[in-house]
Design a protein around this ligand. Structure first.
Ligand code: BGC
Length: 331
């Protein structure tokens, strides 16, 4: 063999090995996380999308999934719903990576504020797989579009609701899903901005629940003990409000403490009917899921889509709830 052909042969073998190890690496990851999880259907589908929530079994995200599945059925899409069992950045990023490695046609994900997110999205979009953020944007990334609440505005509305519903000196404690996730930061900021000129309203504590029920309850307990002057709470993610309500009830302070929650999950609505949670911020998770699938199809077809689609947000109070409304969590 001439020196040249030996070199060519070695190079060829090397390339083959590299591509094999990639296949094994990604292949095994796909299997270990069971992506695609759904059994291959005999029915034909036009596209294969993945929706990555903050937390798989969170009731709020199940509504996003419901909307996405409905649109998927209508438009012939095979939709995977995959992601962290409990909110976890590493699992979240890994699911996105695996979906890209499995060469899906589109990825819909909650936008993350972590530094690993923009380069990963840039890489995936660069490879031709469109990415849309849902519920939480990551405006600094190369995601192609966002569909979800205007989170700053929703927090601002919450601040105005507290102002309208309370009198005299108000000492508010905030329990937020996270100190660093974009949407939670924006909700808290909007809330503070709405109240910043109000001399009688004081924000006395801000704590983080990590969107965990247990932690939300722990923080509410701690706040009531450390700040007996608290007479209002604002919970900025779906499970915070109900947990605050349980703790407030335990201390028999439901007549003295104003509670403002987020989202319209059945438990929240029930606590509103009982008069314990006084108001909540409405989001449209079903619409987000449904709309994201439609937008993704439009993007793939080369249609122009708006980079930001804000779904409706507003304040709901007990008097606005009609019987039968929100029984399934959505509207
Ligand atoms: C947020 C979601 C979050 C959920 C947690 C909602 O208010 O929009 O991003 O995962 O609360 O329970």
């Amino acid at each position: 063999m001439s020196r040249l052909s030996t070199a060519a042969y070695t190079l060829g073998a090397l390339l083959f090995l590299v591509s094999c190890s990639f296949a094994v690496y990604y292949g095994s990851k796909v299997v270990s996380h069971q992506l695609p999880r759904e059994k291959k259907k005999t029915t034909e589908y036009n596209y294969h999308f993945v929706l990555v929530p903050e937390e798989l079994d969170n009731e709020y995200w199940r509504l996003v999934e419901k909307g996405a599945k409905e649109a998927a059925r209508k438009y012939g899409v095979m939709l995977e719903y995959a992601g962290p069992k409990q909110a976890n950045i590493d699992d979240h990023l890994k699911t996105i990576e695996m979906s890209a490695a499995a060469k899906v046609d589109g990825i819909m994900t909650q936008g993350l504020s972590d530094e690993q997110f923009p380069p990963l999205i840039e890489h995936i979009v660069g490879k031709g797989i469109p990415v849309i953020t849902v519920d939480t944007d990551a405006a600094g990334s190369r995601r192609l579009a966002y569909i979800g609440t205007d989170n700053y505005y929703s927090g601002f509305l919450a601040g105005k609701a507290l102002l309208a519903d309370t009198k005299g000196e108000v000492n508010v404690a905030i329990i937020t899903g996270s100190f660093h996730r974009n949407h939670q930061v924006q909700r808290v900021q909007g809330f503070k901005d709405a109240l910043k000129k109000e001399k009688n309203i004081h924000i006395v504590a801000v704590e983080e629940s990590d969107i965990s029920r247990v932690k939300a309850a722990e923080k509410a307990n701690q706040i009531i003990q450390e700040h007996p002057e608290v007479n209002a709470f604002f919970g900025t993610s779906a499970l915070d409000g109900p947990e605050i309500a349980h703790v407030v009830k335990k201390y028999r302070k439901q007549n003295d403490i104003y509670i403002l929650g987020f989202d319209t999950l059945p438990e929240t609505i029930q606590l509103m009917r009982q008069g314990i949670i006084k108001a909540t911020v409405v989001q449209q998770p079903y619409e987000m899921g449904y709309g994201a699938v439609k937008m993704m199809i439009d993007i793939i077809k080369g249609k122009k889509v708006p980079p930001i689609v804000h779904t409706e947000t507003r304040i709901l109070r007990k008097k606005d709830i009609r019987s039968g409304d929100y029984d399934s969590g959505g509207e």
